[in-house]
Design a protein around this ligand. Structure first.
Ligand code: SF4
Length: 370
């Protein structure tokens, strides 16, 4: 399977915790940027005659673009790879950017919308410097549903400074009331470079509270019919995100645009993290790639273990043996036995996976395998 990721690095304002590459004062470059995106995609088409299974337009805030520019992106991509050739087409939206006109454009072009709700508590949304409030999340979902978009994800965040256990339950319940097909329920990561940690370190929920939030949240989601299929991802059956599943299955993908990453032909590579730099490189017919690494057999093994153990399916032992020609359980028996005894890992005759408690400390667990 091969996925196509398109990065749209424009936002109305920067959220103070955000680590994604995006700019909030470069809208004058949008037209040139889309032109460059289309040129980069055409180059792939001429060099490799492949087809993509999924398309994911992320950011940034893709829907901060006007309808005219959204049309430009969609028509540009679909003139190279027809819309019907994709099994799934997702776009990320910020709730405040959705109106009837944009919903109409999306309804004609995508099969799935991911809404960055984060919380339904307006105080927390303000603290995070989000541009939207809880009302705009409800309005966005209503408009998108009225325009016939039947596959909607809501992002819900835990670990916000000052957030309590009950706040998390309220957010989940309010999200469920909107009847989405998918919920991403994830823990806020305070990256040092965003200065979020420095500013709020005293007010962040401690590890015990995070544990209660995560375990309680997972339980509530499951009781309401949302099946967990990855550490942070839940869906009603059959509505898992195919594009993201491909990442965790170590499938190949091509990323186009500034800062976009690709995994293709046994290499991982990333484009330059600058809108101007990206446009310039593409205009000069130079490669926009600024970092590239070969995926050796050893790296591939480690990545396979790390990515597979993020999913509830985990590592299928027969599939593992076919790929790597050794027995996973025999090689890591000490680690597996201890993790299983301590309730972090589940071992059945044909697969190994993490438990919900294991997902919570997955970073520490996964390090033991590398
Ligand atoms: S809207 Fe998304 S990409 Fe933009 S600053 Fe906020 S979190 Fe980052």
């Amino acid at each position: 399977m091969l996925g196509l990721y398109v990065h749209v690095p424009f936002c109305f304002q920067k959220c103070n915790y955000c680590d994604f590459y995006s700019e909030d004062d470069k809208n004058y470059l949008i037209n040139d940027y889309i032109e460059a995106l289309i040129k980069e995609l055409k180059k792939y088409k001429s060099e490799f005659n492949f087809c993509f299974d999924t398309l994911y337009i992320g950011g940034g805030t893709p829907t901060s673009l006007s309808e005219k520019f959204l049309d430009y992106i969609f028509s540009g991509i679909f003139s190279i790879y027809p819309r019907t050739s994709f099994k799934e087409i997702t776009i990320e939206v910020n709730p405040d950017t959705i109106n009837e006109k944009k919903a109409k454009v999306l309804s004609l072009n995508v099969t799935r919308v991911s809404v960055g709700a984060q919380s339904f508590n307006d105080n927390f949304l303000k603290l995070l410097n989000r541009i939207h409030d809880s009302e705009s999340v409800k309005r966005a979902v209503e408009i998108l549903s009225e325009w016939g978009i039947e596959n909607i994800n809501l992002d819900i965040m835990i670990g916000i400074p000052g957030q309590g256990l009950n706040d998390v339950f309220i957010d989940i319940k309010k999200a469920i009331e909107l009847k989405p097909q998918h919920i991403s329920f994830y823990i806020l990561t305070p990256y040092p470079e965003t200065q979020f940690l420095e500013k709020y370190s005293k007010n962040l929920p401690n590890d015990d509270l995070i544990e209660k939030m995560y375990l309680g949240g997972v339980d509530l989601l499951q009781k309401n019919g949302f099946m967990q299929y990855e550490i942070s991802n839940f869906s009603i059956p059959g509505k898992e995100c195919i594009h993201n599943l491909n990442y965790w299955n170590l499938g190949e993908y091509i990323g186009i645009g500034a800062s976009a990453s690709s995994f293709f032909n046994n290499k991982r590579y990333t484009n330059i993290k600058s809108i101007e730099g990206y446009i310039e490189m593409i205009r000069k017919n130079k490669t926009p790639i600024y970092f590239e690494e070969e995926i050796t057999a050893d790296k591939r093994l480690k990545e396979y273990i790390i990515l597979k153990l993020r999913t509830t399916t985990g590592i299928k032992l027969e599939e593992f043996y076919d790929k790597f020609k050794f027995n996973f359980v025999e090689k890591y028996s000490n680690i597996i036995d201890k993790l299983t005894r301590d309730g972090y890992m589940r071992k059945t005759i044909d697969k190994i996976s993490l438990t919900t408690k294991g997902f919570l400390v997955s970073n520490k667990i996964l390090q033991q395998f590398i």
